[in-house]
Design a protein around this ligand. Structure first.
Ligand SMILES: NC(=O)c1ccc[n+]([C@@H]2O[C@H](COP(=O)([O-])OP(=O)(O)OC[C@H]3O[C@@H](n4cnc5c(N)ncnc54)[C@H](OP(=O)(O)O)[C@@H]3O)[C@@H](O)[C@H]2O)c1
Length: 259
């Protein structure tokens, strides 16, 4: 399928591994020039080299903390006027909400709400001038179905969703879309480390944790990053220009509601 975005420039934040990396790979396969990002220099450079080798696309590695002003400046120095922006960042660790002091709460809101808004602020005016823009925000299934212990993540991401839902309508006349991808359980390093941490906490095995997690997923498996990246690339495609302000849940049927 021709996505119609060959030659477009994309910044994919937090993309040296996992879901972000899969989005970068699929955009590169669609012919985009892609900026990949992560804090660890070696890992972001090796990811860039692998995607370059696999796709022939121009892939620029930016080792930077997306949450810091310097990191954001480095991303936009590498790609000053992106046509496509994929917002992603690490999520906060599991924690009982009673343990969250003010500083931790502000850090969580910064990481999962403010950073994405700051990047949209930087990207939006050149998109308006070009009459093309695709913004995809990786949030979480917990925006729809909050999980105890991930309350800060759910709250900050729901805040981002509401904030940008309004902006999406104001920029829609300029052929700019803003959408949200809500992952359920995808097989990434983060998922594996969560399973291991839960197994340790409950003094059980990782296999047992995995069985329990799969038991509540109708598809009876974890999602693959490749499936996630393909949906991201579609949302960035020419054909998806009439989809905006939407929350796309990718969870193998785990959320039980009809809507
Ligand atoms: N996987 C799932 O099942 C799932 C489910 C729901 C929600 N999510 C959310 O989806 C997002 C991605 O998850 P994932 O599973 O792909 O995670 P992952 O496998 O742990 O990958 C995280 C990526 O983000 C980079 N990163 C982290 N903090 C960064 C920062 N401050 N600046 C720049 N890069 C940063 C990491 O590289 P460095 O460490 O080198 O910086 C790595 O490339 C997270 O917000 C997660 O909470 C995931």
């Amino acid at each position: 399928m021709d996505l119609g975005i060959a030659g477009r420039k994309a910044i994919v934040c937090a993309s040296s591994r996992g879901l972000g990396r899969a989005c970068a790979q699929k955009l590169a396969e669609a012919g985009c020039q892609v900026v990949v990002n992560g804090r660890n220099q070696d890992s972001v450079e090796s990811t860039a080299a692998e995607i370059r080798r696999a796709t022939g696309a121009t892939v620029i590695a930016v080792a930077a903390d997306v949450a810091s002003p310097a990191g954001q400046a480095a991303l936009f120095a590498a790609c000053p006027e992106p046509d496509i922006l994929v917002n992603n960042n690490a999520g906060p660790p599991f924690r009982d909400f009673r343990e969250l002091d003010r500083e931790k709460m502000i850090d969580g809101v910064t990481a999962n709400m403010i950073v994405a808004i700051e990047l949209v602020q930087r990207a939006i005016d050149p998109m308006i001038a070009k009459k093309f823009g695709r913004i995809v925000n990786i949030t979480s299934g917990s925006v729809k179905a909050p999980l105890a212990g991930l309350d800060l993540s759910s709250g900050a991401r729901a805040g981002l969703t509401a904030f940008l839902a309004g902006i999406a309508r104001t920029v829609a006349p300029h052929n700019i879309t803003i959408n949200f991808m809500l992952p359920g359980a995808f097989d990434t390093e983060r998922l594996q480390s969560n399973l291991a941490a839960n197994a340790k906490k409950k003094a059980t095995s990782v296999e047992q944790q995995k069985r329990e997690r799969l038991a509540v997923i109708p598809a009876a498996r974890f999602g693959t990053p490749e499936e996630f990246g393909a949906v991201c690339a579609f949302l960035c495609s020419l054909s998806a220009g009439y989809i905006t302000g939407q929350n796309i849940l990718l969870d193998g049927g785990a959320f039980p509601g009809a809507f």
